[in-house]
Ligand binder design. Structure first.
Ligand code: KIV
Ligand code: ZN
Length: 524
């Protein structure tokens, strides 16, 4: 790993869009609290710009961007906006409390988008670029303009729009590969030519925004940077529309590990990457693929005899970066039922979690309960326990107890006790299999119309006493919510995950109703 001297001209701005492009993809919807938690984490790990949402999209999006703008300490807080006046004004209102706020306005410029999506002529689009950037610039000095579907845009028209956007006051110009169609050489040439052709190109920072439809989002992003762009738009775990966006952890580590070929730097604290991946995966309940670069559970695992032998002789034989650099700690047998509160706090701090007050108390009680049921408690078990505590702290429906009769002689039966807003409810139901019986029980205790869209189980660690981690996605009225829960008993984990998703739907509905009545009061 080379450590070339850092100069300002080689600094790359990391623009994270996990909460906007990432959250926009089907099934990744996050709650208000999850968004605030992720924004604080991104701010703490050194992200330069947090794209916190799309304020005009819904009141919930507006509230989240607004609250993140109030709380963020270091990063620029950015909101996305289409080119219309109402969109831009709403976005400006959302980011107003930020110490540093940005309006990111975009408009399609490719022939196919202009003709079918916008149904506008090129000249109308050009005029709208100027008026939208001018309007945004009247609200703030920090304005980003994106040419949506930039890589399929006719070159001369792209240059005209970029020049006009900069003249109207855009300080960042993003040329997205919206459909993930570009290849690296092509994206490199595009940035080089645009920067050479547009006369005022030196007045703006150029930005890359690459989708992964052909698996080239990271390679394309790096090609754009080599051609002079100095901002990368990316997401944790690469989540995003369709095949996702360039993964933050991958672009950051590519610049760090191959600084000899990619002599650029950024401010990210790489030791937080693994933790960030886990937090986003828990909030969205999108599992991280085992072989995912940098943060996959196999990224530093060496299974074959030849590799293990090489590793024992010298880690450099098969490892191009130290696991600790990205925050991976060797899986260790950490604790058991005799571990005390001090050891527990110490271990959590070592893992990067600083809990206090009720949160700590609650985590310790749940740790003790787990230790009573599971002999060996690993780091992964503790991570699952902490994630669950953060995600479910505000739940209105809580599981009190569950027993299930399963086996070859059906029907299977579940008996469940729930606490619903402080009221105890008990029910016994049958099902076509134990999981079905558990879910029927919940439906009967808390009647709802939500449909089960996803049910997925995997083991947190190895061994027959490993905790099961269950993901459940429920959808209702066009909205889907996913939740994840872990427990040594698969059926308990299933019940908790189902209740987690149901709680998110209930809370979302409650927030929507509160916002509607506040709007009605304001209008009367
Ligand atoms: O992919 C894209 O083009 C976008 C824009 C809104 C920047 O996400
Ligand atoms: Zn995008």
């Amino acid at each position: 790993m080379s450590t070339a001297p850092k100069s300002d001209k080689d600094r790359v701005i990391i623009f994270d869009t996990t909460l906007r492009d990432g959250e926009q993809c089907p099934g990744a919807t996050m709650t208000f609290e999850e968004k605030l938690n992720i924004a604080a984490m991104l701010d703490g790990m050194g992200v330069d710009v947090i794209e916190a949402g799309f304020p005009i999209a819904s009141d919930g999006d507006f509230e989240a961007v607004n609250e993140i703008a109030k709380r963020t300490q270091n990063a620029v807080v950015c909101g996305l906006s289409r080119a219309g006046a109402k969109d831009i004004d709403r976005c400006a209102e959302a980011i107003r409390p930020a110490r540093r706020g940005r309006i990111h306005t975009f408009l399609s410029t490719s022939p196919v988008h202009m003709k079918y999506k916008l149904q506008m002529e090129a000249q109308q689009v050009f005029e709208l670029v100027v008026s939208s950037v001018t309007r945004a610039r009247n609200h703030t000095d920090d304005v980003e303009w994106s040419s949506e579907d930039g890589t399929r845009t006719e070159f001369d028209f792209l240059c005209r729009c970029v020049e006009a956007a900069i003249k109207a006051g855009a300080t960042t110009i993003n040329i997205p590969d919206t459909v993930g169609y570009a290849v690296p050489e092509e994206y490199f040439d595009l940035f080089k030519r645009v920067r050479e052709t547009v006369p005022n190109s030196d007045k703006a920072v150029f930005s890359v925004h690459c989708h992964n439809d052909l698996g080239m989002a990271v390679a394309n992003s790096m090609a754009g940077i080599r051609a002079g762009a100095r901002q990368i738009e990316c997401t944790i775990n690469g989540i995003g529309e369709r095949a996702g966006n360039a993964a933050l952890e991958e672009v950051v580590m590519a610049m760090r590990v191959r600084n000899d070929k990619l002599p650029f730097w950024n401010k990210i604290d790489t030791t937080q990457l693994t933790h960030a991946s886990k937090v986003v995966s828990a909030a969205t309940s999108f599992p991280v693929q085992y072989n995912k670069a940098i943060v996959g559970r196999n990224a530093f695992a060496h299974e074959s005899g030849i590799h293990q032998d090489g590793m024992l002789k010298n880690a450099q034989t098969y490892e191009i970066m130290l696991p600790e650099t990205v925050g991976v700690k060797q899986t260790s047998l950490v604790m058991g039922k005799h571990s005390g509160r001090h050891a527990f706090i110490h271990k959590l701090e070592e893992m990067g979690h600083k809990l206090s007050g009720n949160q700590l108390e609650d985590a310790f009680v749940r740790f003790k309960a787990l230790a009573d049921r599971k002999k060996h408690i690993y780091d992964e078990d503790l991570e699952a326990l902490i994630d669950e505590g953060m995600v479910h702290a505000h739940d209105r429906i809580k599981l009190v107890s569950l027993s299930v009769i399963a086996g070859t002689r059906g029907p299977q039966r579940a008996t469940m006790k729930l606490d619903v807003d402080g009221e105890t409810r008990i029910e016994e139901t049958e099902g076509n299999g134990p999981v079905d019986a558990v879910f029927n029980c919940i439906k009967s205790l808390v009647p709802h119309e939500a449909k089960l869209e996803l049910y997925q189980v995997h083991a947190v660690t190895e061994g027959t006493d490993a905790q099961a981690e269950v993901s459940v996605r429920l959808s209702q009225d066009g909205r889907s919510m996913t939740a994840r829960a872990a427990d040594p008993d698969t059926l308990v984990a299933s019940a908790k995950a189902y209740l987690g998703a149901l709680n998110k739907l209930v809370m979302k509905r409650q927030r929507d109703v509160a916002q509607q009545s506040a709007a009605a009061v304001a209008a009367s």
